[in-house]
Write a protein that binds this ligand. Structure first.
Ligand code: 13P
Ligand code: SF4
Length: 310
């Protein structure tokens, strides 16, 4: 089947099966184009909580599918490629986090949504990069907090809130790859272009950015800002929605250290393809499952996040 036929077939199956296709901004353009919902991690969780569809096809990485399944235990949650993982989620094993919590008693545990269900089950409040500062600020100033797994996001939140959260030493291998030197060169070659960065980037990048925010926050920034050119330091899939909303503005993907690449891509996010999306809707597999005991614990900090994000 060619691309158009695939898109038509996906549309037909989606209607017949009463399915909703949700996609993260890092998905390939073709998937974002046909998705019913495109969003950041928070929006995908919020939409999962709202949908009346029978099947959710989550075009993103495994933890996003798990989060949707925990929110909607009675729905079928599919993911085009079940092996789509996340280096950041992998940097925090539940058993190791459990020991860390035991070594540091008396702390509230805040986990970034980029974690396994088992880690969420050990957590008091889940956050995303959209709501993390707001949620941390909602806690008493003297509350002792463990934050994980992203040390860059943790440091960023500490700097904005004046907290001293105890940080897990994890990171996203994609966001850590941006080259400061190459970004500075692009800035020099494009005077007037604003640098915008995701808080998962290293401090050397986010510290010199004109704006730092989640994917959704970056998209709304470029829409409302008067600049006409932006250097974008996050996974380059986000450029699709930026260009769609602002067709006359210029978006330059911030490059990684690897000189042979001009843009930074999350290999896991890109494991999902139109072909796999079609096959997954047709065969209703691969399906995300979560151990019910873990899910019953993990839903508590997810619901706290959804409540605190209203
Ligand atoms: P957001 O879209 O929530 O900003 O998250 C970025 C990310 O890395 C998701 O894996
Ligand atoms: Fe995980 Fe990083 Fe990929 Fe996001 S970009 S899914 S944090 S590996």
């Amino acid at each position: 089947m060619d691309k158009e036929q695939l898109k038509n077939e996906i549309g037909r199956l989606r209607r017949e099966k009463h399915a909703v296709i949700m996609a993260h901004y890092y998905q390939e353009d073709d998937i974002q184009e046909i998705a019913d919902v495109i969003g950041d991690s928070l929006a995908l969780a919020q939409q999962a909580a709202k949908t009346d569809a029978d099947i959710i096809v989550l075009c993103g990485v495994h933890f996003m599918g798990e989060t949707a399944k925990i929110i909607c235990p009675s729905k079928k949650v599919l993911i085009p490629d079940i092996t789509a993982g996340c280096s950041l989620a992998d940097s925090c094993e539940a058993a190791a986090l459990k020991s860390f919590i035991e070594e540091n008693p008396g702390h509230t545990v805040i986990s970034y949504v980029n974690t396994s269900a088992a880690v969420k089950a050990l957590t008091d409040i889940v956050v995303t990069s959209t709501n993390a500062v707001k949620i941390v600020n909602s806690l008493p100033q003297d509350e002792k907090i463990i934050f994980g797994p992203d040390r860059n996001l943790g440091n960023y939140i500490n700097s904005l809130t004046g907290r001293n959260m105890l940080l897990w030493n994890g990171a996203c291998s994609v966001h850590e790859q941006f080259s400061l030197q190459r970004i500075m060169q692009i800035r020099q070659d494009n005077p007037g272009a604003k640098l915008i960065a995701h808080p998962e980037c290293k401090k050397e990048i986010s510290g010199m950015a004109d704006f730092v925010g989640s994917t959704a926050a970056l998209i709304s920034f470029v829409e409302r800002d008067s600049a006409t050119s932006f250097i974008v330091a996050t996974e380059s899939g986000v450029l699709f929605e930026m260009q769609r909303r602002c067709p006359t503005k210029q978006f330059i993907p911030a490059p990684p250290e690897d000189e042979s690449c001009s843009r930074n891509v999350c290999k896991d996010m890109r494991l999902n393809t139109l072909e796999k999306l079609y096959a997954c809707l047709r065969d209703e597999t691969p399906e995300i499952t979560v151990n019910p005991e873990i899910a019953s614990k993990a839903i508590i900090p997810i619901n706290r996040m959804l409540e605190l994000s209203k």
